[in-house]
Ligand binder design. Structure first.
Ligand code: 7TS
Length: 423
C-alpha cells in the first residue's frame, strides 16, 4: 500500500487539498451532528452503507411532497415531471460511469439484484452443462451465491482465483483457470472485507483475449474511484445507490447494449412490455425490458442527486483525501499492540479490517459503540475471505469523504480501551 509520504508527493494534492475541506463537507451530512451514548458520532461503517447529504434528503422530500407520481404511464403533469426526473437520473448515471448509451443503464434494487439479473438472464441463456464461471476468493456473497445457484441449475462449474496473504489476486493463477469452457468472469472492483483494489483492467484484458465477458461488482469502488466503463471495456458493471451517498433500494446494472439486447427479461410485468396478448408478448426496448413493475422512482432521483453532489465535491479530490486518511489510519492502527490488519494489499481503498489477539471482534465493536464509534464486525458477507485468513470475523473500519484524522484518533483510543478491558 502507498504510504502517506507517497501520497504527499502526488502533484495534484496541494491543489486538491485547498478545495477539499472535510469540515465543510461534514456540514452537508445532518446525521453526523448527533451524539451516540453522549459521544460525537464517529461513523466508520461506510462499506455497509454511507450517510446521505442534505441535498439527497431534500430531493426525496421534494419528490414525495411535490410530484410523487408513477413513471412512463400518465399523461398528467405530475407523471410527466416524475418521468423526466427519473430519466434524468439515468442520464446522470450514464455520465458518472461514462457509458456509451443511456439505455445501457438499468435501474435495479441493488448490486445484489444486478448480479442476480445477469446470472438469471445472461447466465441461463449462455451457460450450459460443463461450462465454467470464474470469480475471485475475495467476493462478497452477492457475487458468489447467484453463480452457485446458476451452476447448480446448469451443471456448470465455479472456479475461484486464489489470493495471497496480503489479499491480492494471484493473476498467474487466474490465467491458468481459463479454458474453452469458460463463459464468464465476475469479480469485485474493490473487496469489501479487505479493501483491495483488484487489477480489473488486466483481468478484463486477459478474459477478452479468450472472448470471455466480464462483470465487475463495483459496490465498493464507485464511492472512491473514478469509473469509466468504456475505458474498462467490461461487459457489465454493478453498484448500489446506498453506498454512494444515495438512498437504499436502488442500484445500477450497466451492460453493453449488444449483450443486453440479446438477453431475455429477468422479470415479467408492467413497463417491460410493448404489447401483450394471451398468445404473445412483445418486450419493451432497453433499458425498460429489465425494469418490470413500478421502479424505485424516488430512489433513482435521490441517486441522481448523490451523483450531482459527488460531481460538485470532485471524486478526484475525494480519492486523494481518502487515500491519505486510509494511510494515516493504517499507520496509527499498526502501532497498536495485539492488533493485526487483515488485508495489506499495495492498492487499497476505503477499508481497514483488523483483529485483536484475545478479543472477539463483536466485543471490540460493542466497546467502540459505547464510545460513539460505528464500525462493522463479523464476516462482512465474505465468509471465504475469513476462512482464507483463518479468522472467524474481523472488525472493519471503512472511511468515506466525511471522515477525519480526529475520528481515526478516536478509533485508536477506543481500541486501546477495548484491549485494556479484554486482553
Ligand atoms: N458486492 C460488494 C463488494 C459489497 O460490498 C456488497 C455489500 C454487495 C456486493 C451487496 O450490495 P447490496 O447493496 O446489494 O447489499 N457490502 C456490504 C458490506 O460490506 N457490509 O454491508 C454490506
Amino acid at each position: 500500500m502507498k504510504t502517506s509520504r507517497d501520497v504527499v508527493s502526488v502533484d495534484a494534492r496541494p491543489a486538491a487539498r485547498s478545495v477539499f475541506n472535510v469540515y465543510k463537507i461534514r456540514e452537508d451530512f445532518p446525521i453526523l451532528r448527533q451524539k451516540i451514548h453522549g459521544k460525537p458520532l464517529v461513523y466508520l461503517d461506510n462499506a455497509a452503507t454511507t450517510q446521505k447529504p442534505e441535498k439527497v434528503i431534500e430531493a426525496l422530500h421534494r419528490f414525495y411532497s411535490q410530484y410523487n407520481s408513477n413513471v412512463h404511464r400518465g399523461v398528467h403533469s405530475l407523471s410527466e415531471q416524475a418521468t423526466e426526473a427519473y430519466e434524468d437520473a439515468r442520464s446522470k448515471v450514464q455520465r458518472f460511469i461514462h457509458a456509451c448509451h443511456v439505455h445501457e443503464i438499468v435501474f435495479v434494487r441493488s448490486t445484489t439484484e444486478a448480479i442476480n439479473l445477469v446470472a438469471q438472464s445472461y447466465g441461463r441463456k449462455y451457460v450450459k452443462s460443463g461450462d465454467e464461471i470464474i470469480i475471485s476468493a475475495m467476493e462478497h456473497h452477492s457475487n458468489i451465491v447467484p453463480w452457485q445457484m446458476l451452476c447448480e441449475e446448469k451443471g456448470a462449474v465455479l472456479r475461484v482465483v486464489p489470493i495471497n496473504d496480503q489479499g491480492e489476486l494471484l493473476l498467474e493463477e487466474y490465467e491458468k483457470l481459463f479454458n474453452p469452457r469458460t463463459r464468464l468472469v465476475s469479480v469485485a472492483h474493490v473487496s469489501n472485507a479487505l479493501g483491495t483494489v483488484l487489477p480489473v483492467r488486466t483481468i478484463i484484458d486477459m478474459a477478452h483475449r479468450r472472448n470471455v465477458p466480464v462483470l465487475i461488482d463495483g459496490a465498493q469502488s464507485v464511492p472512491h474511484l473514478k469509473v469509466d466503463v468504456q475505458q474498462l471495456d467490461c461487459e457489465f458493471y454493478a453498484f448500489s445507490g446506498h453506498k454512494l451517498f444515495g438512498p437504499t433500494g436502488v442500484g445500477i446494472l450497466y451492460g453493453k447494449s449488444a449483450l443486453l439486447e440479446n438477453m431475455p427479461p429477468y422479470q415479467g410485468g408492467g413497463d417491460m412490455i410493448s404489447s401483450v396478448t394471451f398468445e404473445k408478448t412483445i418486450y419493451n426496448v432497453l433499458p425498460f425490458k429489465f425494469e418490470a413493475g413500478t421502479p424505485n422512482i424516488a430512489g433513482a432521483i435521490g441517486l441522481g442527486m448523490a451523483i450531482d453532489y459527488l460531481d460538485e465535491v470532485g471524486l478526484g479530490n475525494v480519492a486523494v483525501y481518502e487515500q491519505e486518511l486510509l494511510c494515516y489510519a493504517t499507520e496509527v492502527l499498526s502501532t497498536i499492540p495485539r492488533l493485526r490488519i487483515i488485508g495489506t494489499a499495495r492498492e487499497k481503498v476505503g477499508v481497514l479490517s483488523f483483529v485483536i489477539e484475545g478479543a472477539h471482534p463483536h466485543d471490540v465493536g460493542t466497546v467502540l459503540d459505547q464510545e460513539g464509534i460505528a464500525i462493522r464486525t463479523g464476516h462482512h458477507c465474505a465468509q471465504p475471505v475469513m476462512d482464507r485468513f483463518a479468522v472467524p470475523a474481523t472488525a472493519r473500519a471503512s472511511v468515506a469523504l466525511y471522515n477525519t484524522r480526529e475520528e481515526v484518533d478516536a478509533l485508536a483510543r477506543a481500541i486501546h480501551k477495548a484491549i485494556e478491558l479484554f486482553c
